[in-house]
Design a protein around this ligand. Structure first.
Ligand SMILES: [Ca+2]
Length: 490
């Protein structure tokens, strides 16, 4: 924080010496209209070009029963009768294709439409029983999908804490699929899921983590317990929110570290860190100072990774690391540490190795640049505050990314490819990371020194969710409501 305040003091001096009051007012007015978040608009969806090769598919699944002795599995023990009496329907438009990754490895890709729902998007998936995926829409609708049979049946509706319809309240620009349920995973016999909350009663936004017994999901249904809520719940009614609304950058990715008995959750910056100079100008120096001090406050979980210890017992939440913008993927590896991906602004998407107590730089520094940097003078003293020129900031005490990507790839979920699955042997022990903008899987060797991107596979879809099953199938949910299942060539 001392760097922020040092810079803030310099900024204030520039503000007082370089600007006249009328000029500032006009600039603010002009720039208030330019402060819309550009990320969503920049990332256009694209349909996959998949050759048609439709096979006849059986209509009913036959889930295998796991052995309680298998110590490797995090897939819960379940029985055929859990699924026997359900009504199973075929997924729409099943196709198959063969893809080659950047090393020439040929892989099989099965494609189908995700089950119909009124929700705009499925955000989360877990392998709830071997070969059975539970896919969850942002507003709580869930479906079971039998991967071998390519069939689906209704799941329970999961509770979330806030509004997810398209509201436009005060400083929240919209509801929709960036809010609500965003990621999920299974710990023993419980489902845990992250929920980006618009709390209309308290008029603030936060992330909740829920826990729900698998019995409730497989059986008659039931309620969830909220085991953690991020602090502070960020007020969306403050006057400057009209010029810089809260709408995206929730983070809300989950990772489970069994050895540490800790569930990790990423918390986005809620768009408090200025991604454009126009956004900063729109809310003015006082507004950016207020937002930046909230991000920099050691007690604030906004823009951080938090750890939730003992999530199935008596959960306790703490800040692990700060300085993050919008991390949609995090993975705890067995021997190579905790890794996460983060979205930079214009360029500068990051892979970070997380160590307790570190600061990863945002919003004070980034390999990326403001989206509208080109429209502004190179002389940072002409900016509203010099620390808004974060591309050129050299901030002592922050940790740079291990890898970064420019132009942006918009990385999403990460998972370690398991060993001994009988699946894609060349991917074993490597981290697979999905992406929105690049519409590709990135295969990363994080155990290497240095860590490196070793393979890439273009799938031609914006990949929101990535799950690797115990049998080594990489399942993906896309923003065009498509299910992709990648596996070794059979
Ligand atoms: Ca960073």
């Amino acid at each position: 924080m001392r760097f922020l305040w040092r810079w803030a003091g310099k900024a204030l001096r520039n503000f007082l010496t370089d600007c006249d009051v009328l000029g500032i007012v006009m600039t603010r007015r002009l720039l208030a209209g330019l402060s819309l978040l550009p990320l969503g608009a920049l990332l256009a969806a694209c349909q996959a070009d998949i050759s048609r090769d439709i096979d006849a598919l059986p209509a009913a699944p036959a889930p295998s029963v796991t052995s309680p002795e298998s110590p490797e599995t995090s897939v819960p023990v379940c029985a055929e009768e859990d699924f026997a009496d359900r009504d199973w329907r075929e997924l729409g438009s099943p196709d198959t294709a063969t893809l080659s990754d950047s090393e020439g490895l040929e892989l099989s890709l099965r494609v189908a439409e995700l089950p119909p729902t009124s929700a705009e998007r499925y955000n989360a998936a877990v392998e709830i029983c071997p070969g059975i995926l539970l896919v969850i829409a942002h507003e709580g609708t869930s479906r079971f999908i039998a991967l071998e049979e390519m069939t689906w049946s209704e799941g329970p509706t999961l509770r979330h804490s806030g509004a997810t319809d398209r509201i436009s309240a005060g400083g929240v620009a919209s509801g929709g699929p960036t809010w609500g349920i965003r990621d999920a995973l299974i710990i023993d016999q419980a489902l845990v899921y992250a929920d980006a909350v618009i709390d209309t009663a308290r008029e603030c936004v936060r992330i909740d983590v829920h826990r729900m017994d698998l019995e409730s999901i497989l059986g008659v249904g039931g309620d969830s317990d909220v085991i953690a809520s991020t602090e502070p719940c960020v007020d969306y009614t403050e006057p400057q929110r009209a010029a810089s609304t809260l709408r995206t950058h929730m983070g809300s990715a989950l990772a489970w570290d069994e050895d540490a008995d800790t569930l990790y959750l990423t918390v986005g910056d809620f768009h408090l860190g200025a991604s454009t100079i126009g956004q900063a100008a729109g809310i003015g120096l006082e507004g950016t100072l207020r937002d930046y001090s909230l991000l920099g406050d050691p007690a604030s979980m906004v823009g951080s990774v938090v750890g939730i210890s003992d999530p199935l017992g008596t959960p306790e939440i703490r800040i692990v690391a700060k300085g993050l913008r919008n991390s949609l993927g995090i993975v705890a590896t067995k021997d190579s540490g905790l890794w996460l991906s983060d979205h930079g602004p214009s360029g500068g998407d990051e892979l970070n190795l997380i160590t307790e107590g570190s600061d990863y730089g945002w919003p004070l520094t980034s390999v990326g640049k403001p989206y509208d940097r080109a429209a502004w003078p190179r002389d940072s003293s002409a900016l509203l505050a010099p620390w808004l020129d974060f591309q050129n900031a050299d901030i002592e005490g922050t940790t740079p990314p291990v890898l970064s990507w420019t132009p942006a790839i918009a990385p999403t979920e990460m998972a370690v490819y398991p060993t001994g699955s009988g699946g894609i042997e060349d991917y074993e022990n490597l981290v697979v990371m999905a992406s929105l903008r690049a519409q590709s899987l990135f295969v990363l060797d994080v155990a290497g020194s240095p860590a490196a991107q070793v393979r890439k596979l273009n799938v031609g879809e914006r990949i929101r969710n990535l799950t690797i099953t115990k049998s080594g199938e990489i399942t993906m949910l896309t923003d065009s409501r498509t299910l992709l299942i990648l596996s070794a060539l059979r």
